[in-house]
Design a protein around this ligand. Structure first.
Ligand code: 6PG
Length: 233
């Protein structure tokens, strides 16, 4: 699989380049298959990308179905809700029918049931998947050494992890590996060491560095996050 590393100067350029990459991928999916299943991640890094994306004209928004990579066990109006962040920065500005926006109901009392329900909504293949990376190498809510990293069938699972340590729902390795186009967005000097470990040293070790599930995909990094990568990576 062809990989791509795009290094940009700063947060503004990350927003610009990330939004452009996502719209190109949406247009490609709509052109080829008539619709686009887009999965959005949470965290601080994608917010400016989503805000920029919301202002790009001529995108066939109506053809989108929106999914999420993960969610903390909080209601949708909670400050820690990934849905809330995506709604405020992006979805509330777009003409996507609410019936095409599928949030993870991680506030549910029965997370197993919520995971199964979400799995049944997910298309067999996501067209476009946006991921971030934590400074410990996690992606979505797949934290280092989580049992969910060994999953080969289920595409959504309940997990417990992160800081603060909370219950969450997350997509699993099969959902990431099966996605057609995957974008990893990373910014900040605090991520530089782990970016270098994930992208340029030795064979994959998914248990230690879950983000290596997306190693061969497109990464857009700001200069600080890419500062420990060698030129040929
Ligand atoms: C979340 C995420 C998580 C995130 C990384 C990076 O809900 O927090 O889905 O995987 O992408 O933790 O987060 P930052 O962009 O805030 O560093």
């Amino acid at each position: 699989m062809a990989h791509d590393r795009i290094v940009v100067d700063d947060e503004r350029a990350l927003a610009e380049t990330g939004a452009k990459w996502i719209t190109d991928a949406i247009r490609e999916a709509v052109r080829e298959r008539g619709h686009c299943a887009l999965a959005l991640t949470g965290g601080d890094t994608p917010r400016p990308v989503y805000e920029r994306l919301a202002r790009i004209p001529g995108v066939p928004w109506i053809k989108l179905s929106i999914f999420f990579t993960d969610e903390r066990a909080v209601p949708p109006d909670h400050p820690d809700s990934n849905y809330r962040m995506a709604f405020e920065s992006l979805l509330s500005h777009l003409p996507i029918p609410p019936s095409q926006i599928h949030r993870m109901q991680a506030e549910s009392d029965d997370l197993n049931e919520a995971a199964r329900a979400y799995e049944s909504l997910l298309p067999e293949q996501l067209d476009v998947l946006v991921l971030g990376m934590g400074a410990d190498g996690h992606t979505a809510s797949l934290f280092p050494y989580a049992p969910a990293l060994g999953e080969s069938t289920r595409r959504v699972l309940p997990v417990r992890g992160g800081d603060p340590l909370v219950q969450r729902l997350t997509i699993t390795p099969p959902a990431i590996e099966g996605a057609r186009r995957v974008l990893v967005l990373v910014s900040g000097a605090d991520k530089a060491d782990i970016v270098a470990r994930a992208l340029q040293e030795g064979p994959d070790d998914i248990m230690e560095l879950p983000v290596q599930l997306a190693r061969e995909r497109t990464w857009i990094l700001d200069r600080a996050a890419a500062s420990k990568l060698s030129a040929e990576t």
